[in-house]
Design a binder for this molecule. Structure first.
Ligand code: GLV
Ligand code: MN
Ligand code: MN
Length: 408
């Protein structure tokens, strides 16, 4: 098993260098690096006996043909955040691929096909949304998103086309043949490490709201404008950022983050006339998240008014909290036990493609321990032994699915 895990680790290293930025892993949707990553992974898929295709948004899909009509989907994403770690997303794709490679090497066909999907956009780095890839796969794509623009003013519609897809064909039909979807992903938190366990079973994925905000004030001379009466858009943003922190701290289990901020025109001697911000709000309970989101909208307006600024609030995307399927998760838990490990269940604060695929099929997720809970950071680290444990569990999971084949 360690030889297989070592191949997964080597491939994570290799893909870790397929980036838009020298010296850092940054692989946004529709980029040259994403094209290159899809090409490399499709070669590995073919080497594991899979037929390979790319759908309209650019999800890479490998199929290992089974003897029956049904399909089990495995996968995760190949896009990354800016200056990312090497495991978020791609490790899940590569563990799934390792399982299929084992079947291929043994010349084994299962009574169901295995489809591995390497989703094209989970992080939403380029367009500020999330799950573009898996929402298309799940038939849940919101066509209004096609008008979103990236920082260079390129629309999602143009990007889809340039990546080889048809932007008017993203609303895919549902599927009748799916047994379920199982995603392997690094935990991105400290819980498994605290419990001294290599893997864990995900119970639910928190919902999230993503918002784009603008404070519009008045640019002016930093030397001549008195402090009284300024309409400083960055001061409004600063007050808002601290309100986000305060309000999320006051709400148990809530997290809220302003991760992007740009002050314009952006010169040392100019009072900022405009700020563009992002807001990300998450909670396991959708009602609480919506309440917190609405509170922050009210506060943004109050802060803008009090500082003589206009404000704009654009809800970019919302995804509800999603529970993992109890039956599929029970099979995964049996596979963990079969592998001689204790079963630990935990919720996911991070978003995952499984949350979208749940529209289409029952979903389950296997988390893999990561060092110090660090993620969205180049210091992300996973032990080869734990990757080996995940490959073993997923192999046994396939056995359990084969044995049962009683899933909805
Ligand atoms: C993806 O990593 C997310 O949770 O934002
Ligand atoms: Mn991820
Ligand atoms: Mn991520």
């Amino acid at each position: 098993m360690q030889e297989i895990a070592s191949t997964v680790m080597e491939r994570c290293e290799l893909l870790g260098n397929v980036s838009e930025e020298a010296g850092a892993l940054t692989r946004p949707y529709g980029s040259r690096a994403m094209r290159e990553a899809n090409k490399i992974v499709s070669g590995w898929m073919r080497g594991a006996g899979m037929t390979v295709s790319q759908d309209e948004i650019g999800n890479l899909i490998g199929c290992h043909q089974g003897t029956g009509d049904k399909t089990l989907v495995l996968g995760s994403h190949l896009d990354t955040v800016r200056d990312a770690g090497k495991y978020d997303g791609q490790m899940g794709v590569l563990v799934a691929l390792a399982c299929v490679q084992r079947l291929h090497d043994r010349g084994e066909r299962l009574p169901f096909s295995i489809e591995i999907v390497a989703f094209a956009d989970e992080e939403g780095l380029r367009f500020g949304t999330t799950f573009l890839g898996s929402s298309v796969y799940a038939g849940a794509f919101d066509e209004e998103l096609l008008n979103l623009q990236d920082r260079d003013g390129v629309t999602l519609r143009e990007t889809v086309r340039a990546f080889g897809g048809d932007p008017d064909a993203l609303k895919q039909k549902g599927r009748e043949d799916l047994l379920g979807y199982c995603e392997v992903h690094i935990e991105q938190g400290p819980v498994l490490e605290e419990h001294d366990l290599p893997v864990g079973i995900v119970t639910a994925i928190n919902g999230q709201s993503r918002v784009g905000l603008v404070f519009d004030g008045k640019a002016g001379h930093a030397g001549t404008m008195p402090m009284e009466g300024r309409q400083d858009a960055l001061c409004a943003a600063a007050e808002f950022v601290l309100e986000v922190e305060r309000a999320a701290r006051a709400e148990p289990e809530a997290v809220a983050t302003v991760g992007e901020i740009a002050a314009l025109p952006g010169a040392v001697n100019v009072i900022p006339g405009r700020t563009d911000l992002s807001l990300d709000v998450r909670h396991p309970d959708d009602e609480v998240r919506e309440r917190l989101r609405d509170h922050l909208k009210t506060r943004a307006e109050e802060i803008a008014v009090s500082r003589g600024c206009d404000y704009e609030w654009r809800l970019r995307q919302e995804t509800p909290a999603v529970s993992a399927d109890p039956d599929l998760s029970a099979l995964l838990a049996k596979a963990v036990e079969d592998s001689g490990m204790a079963v630990h269940r935990l919720p996911s604060g991070a978003g995952h493609d499984a949350a979208q695929v749940a529209e289409l099929a029952p979903v389950a997720m296997l988390f893999v321990r990561c060092k110090g809970g660090i993620s969205h950071n180049p210091a992300e680290s996973v032990a080869q032994e734990d990757v080996g444990a995940a490959v073993e569990v997923m192999g046994r999971f396939l056995e359990r699915v084969k044995e049962g084949l009683t899933l909805p």
